[in-house]
Design a protein around this ligand. Sequence first.
Ligand code: SAH
Length: 383
Amino acid sequence: MSAPDPPAESRRNLAGPNLVGMGRAALAAEMAAIGAEPFRARQLWHWIYHRGATDFAAMTTLAKGFRERLACDYELCRPAVARALVSADGTRKWLLRFADGQEAETVHIPEVDRGTLCVSSQVGCTLNCTFCHTGTQRLVRNLDAAEIVGQIMVARDALGEWPSPAEGRQLTNIVLMGMGEPLYNYDNVAAALKIMMDPEGLAVSRRKITLSTAGVVPMIARVGEELGVNLAVSLHAVNDELRDRLVPLNKKYPIAKLLDVCRTYPGSSNARRITFEYVMLKGINDSPAEAKELVRLLEGIPAKVNLIPFNPWPGAPYECSSDAAIAAFSDIVFAAGYSAPVRTPRGRDILAACGQLKSDSIRARRTATAAAPEGVAGMPVLG
Ligand code: SAH
């Protein structure tokens, strides 16, 4: 079921640097550079991230002349909504188009007591996990901080959640589980998260944010130390031979190394557990013996397990495990003392569920891309 497509015109006016996506320090430096007083930066912050202003003219606490100057010298630019879809279950998906014509998707999943926004960190993904649709997309680049934080702002626009509501929000939680590997784009992801967490702006608590990684081992401790958000790890297999096939990043960072850094993840405790995601693939990784091995591997880690029924996509080489196999797997993990909920697929009808996101980015240009940590990802930009 789809809603009518809104116009896809970009709101970019090419006036100058985009203030959306600048952190507090950068915004203060920018204002200082044009001779504005320090409190102007604070006022701007309030208008951009608390009130959601899309236009300098709306910033009525600023003098008219100053607003006009800002409008000449800066942009206030969100990603354009190229397409908006609504699932029969209420899940909404936005295909966002960025200034260079490339695209990524954002998904809002409403539940009774909360609403989660699933945010993308890259256009496409370099990891090529064999069960994930995003991995089949050829064009890949990092999103910048404005493009990441802009996803929340676009969702807030559509949900009518400005100024940032103190309570009763439809958008309460954020998961970095959309397109891309967030830890191959750490700097932009960290900058965007710091903006999202600022209490005087978008004001999403770090406890309501979860970053999911396929296991970029050298970056994981930094997530806990610098950002303090919840960690989710896409494990999906209990031996290296299988995980090498499902998550090829495993060849670089095998299971034992990955679990070692999880064991010492800063801030984790029994009250704040690391989530281990495990996609249920029929006849591949779903046996009772593998459930028992999973329990053995997780010993000593404050963990919970999230079982994800495989979400199919056109041409996918796997099938979802049977309900009985998933239930048996969950029972074994649960009996060992771990919570092991089965994730309900949401928005499958609009290809909005885990691993179904893929966009046909329209222009295959050779744009520069940021380097991944240690240059691991190589970030191919295929033309
Ligand atoms: N790159 C990050 C975040 C993106 S994927 C990561 O790997 O964690 C978010 C979750 O969806 C991951 O656990 C991923 O493995 C899972 N996933 C990917 N494709 C899927 C599919 N087709 N069905 C179910 N889950 C899938």
